[in-house]
Design a binder for this molecule. Structure first.
Ligand SMILES: *Cc1c(COP(=O)(O)O)cnc(C)c1O
Length: 482
């Protein structure tokens, strides 16, 4: 039976104010549909064959860059004109989301997450406070609970979503500082391979350069618990106050995992905050091998995760988990007079009191929708495959007498070294990348240039990794010949 609709079901929308010539600020549903068709045409062209598209070939964007940099908005243009220009922008970049991207920490991006963003931005639900869109906050809170449980954190724990790992590291160090109180004599202990965002976070949190203690380790790749113990003992004698030990669960340079269990023992014994920066490696916790190798992470006071790295999400999503939510409240809670008429949203997290932000994107949806649609096993399987592929790449590289590695990969980054010094490494890298199919990057390990192969895109399969290794070995043959 057809429902009885009133004769005039919806009143006309208010007229557009005088003077506007382009698309109305609220396009009609059919105008919006046309716009989405334009977007879809652009995206379909982009997604077709993306996994196997060369990662390091791109048109010279010179003139386009100058034109765009000079461009200022003014008169309305047609959707066709705007999307044509956008297509030029897309074509001008390196294809860093292809399966051939093995440089830096590849970020692939999920279409399902992008669809969630479209929905979230259109609805524009307010999730900075729990009382306005409580179900939207509850949806995000559910995903955050899942994250806390993934790392076996207790009921007192709390997760928050932020823009990335840098903001998560910063929020963790601010929370650690607030627990300490006066930070003028504070010290944080980091490994030589700690991510730059950790030192940046410590500086923004108010620490001076000499309050950041870099602890050397025997192998130069992993923070050594005994070195940290000695540093802390010395500092206590000298009147410093240990504020936090920052361990890496997968370094960006080498994918190395610090000895989390030994560092947790030390942190517990000395009553020092243990922060684990798992921005790159955290989601390997979904796999059996990852969980074993990350063992001890569940004892951290705080954990940085980057769903936009090892959960393949689009950029703009980091997460911080803390063992005790009162640590976040101490650091970030404030009263605001103009929010006095909002109810407290029952038992839901109040993100405005747990993070530096007030108004925020409804980030929860961009995790929730992919997890609902693909299921957790899809992510587990993809991450397991990355571990296999990195292991295979390492096995082939290690077998070549011209190549030095730093041992089997803890996760999915494989640093290696060809014959010769820094110049030879740079030349080797240029040779491999010039081919265009795949892209590798380099770093410094022990003050020497090292090449690295990082497998983290969900689009990277056996072929891309085999091609990369073939290209490296082929480039070595060629340089021997020439
Ligand atoms: C990428 C990364 C960060 C910084 O995260 P952003 O999301 O880029 O801000 C911090 N730590 C490690 C280990 C990383 O790999």
């Amino acid at each position: 039976m057809e429902p009885d609709l009133p004769a005039e079901s919806a009143p006309d929308p208010p007229p557009e104010p005088e003077g506007a010539t382009g698309l109305p600020l609220d396009p009609s549903p059919s105008q919006t549909g046309e716009l989405l068709d334009q977007a879809m045409a652009l995206l379909a062209g982009h997604l077709e064959g993306l996994a196997t598209r060369p990662a390091n070939r791109h048109a010279d964007p010179g003139a386009l860059i100058e034109r765009l940099a000079r461009q200022r908005p003014g008169e309305a243009r047609t959707p066709e004109a705007a999307f044509d220009e956008l297509a030029e922008v897309v074509a001008a970049g390196r294809e860093s989301t292809s399966g051939g991207e093995l440089a830096y920490i590849p970020g692939s991006g999920l279409v399902t997450s992008a669809v969630a963003d479209l929905v979230a931005s259109t609805l524009n639900r307010y999730t900075g406070l729990p009382g306005i869109a409580p179900a939207a906050v509850a949806l995000e809170a559910g995903v955050l609970r899942w994250l806390c449980e993934l790392f076996a954190l207790p009921d007192t724990s709390q997760g928050v979503l932020l823009s990335g790992g840098s903001m998560a590291n910063l929020s963790a160090l601010v929370a650690a500082r607030e627990r300490l109180g006066d930070a003028s004599a504070a010290r944080v202990y980091v490994g030589a391979q700690a991510h730059a965002s950790v030192r940046k976070a410590a500086r923004i949190a108010g620490l001076r350069e000499e309050q950041i203690r870099v602890c050397d380790s025997a192998d130069g790749l992993r923070l050594d618990a005994e070195a940290v113990r000695l540093a802390i003992k010395q500092d206590l004698t000298d009147g410093y106050e240990p504020m936090a030990i920052v361990a890496a669960a997968g370094t960006t340079n080498a994918g190395a995992i610090d000895p989390l269990g030994a560092l947790a023992d030390l942190a517990e014994e000395l009553g020092v905050w243990l922060h684990v920066d798992a921005a790159y490696g955290g989601f390997f916790q979904l796999t059996d091998r990852g969980r074993q190798r990350l063992s001890g992470i569940e004892r951290a006071d705080s954990i940085t995760l980057d769903p936009h790295k090892s959960l393949f999400l689009p950029f703009g999503t980091g997460a911080l988990l803390v063992r005790d939510r009162t640590d976040l409240q101490r650091a970030f809670a404030e009263d605001a007079d103009y929010l006095r008429d909002l109810d407290d949203g029952a038992q839901l997290p109040d993100f405005s009191q747990l993070t530096p932000e007030l108004t925020r994107a409804w980030r929860g949806l961009r995790l929730w929708l992919p997890l609902q649609l693909h299921g957790v096993d899809a992510f587990r399987a993809a991450l397991d495959e990355k571990l296999d592929l990195a292991q295979e790449a390492w096995t082939r590289l290690e077998a070549d007498p011209r190549i030095t590695t730093w041992g089997a990969p803890d996760l999915s980054v494989v640093p290696f070294h060809g014959p010769g010094g820094d110049e030879e490494q740079d030349a080797l890298l240029a040779r491999v990348n010039r081919h265009g199919e795949v892209r590798l990057s380099s770093t410094m390990i022990h003050d020497r240039v090292a090449m690295r192969l990082a497998v983290l895109s969900h689009r990277t399969g056996p072929d891309a990794v085999a091609t990369a290794v073939d290209l490296v070995l082929g480039a070595l043959d060629a340089s021997e010949d020439g």
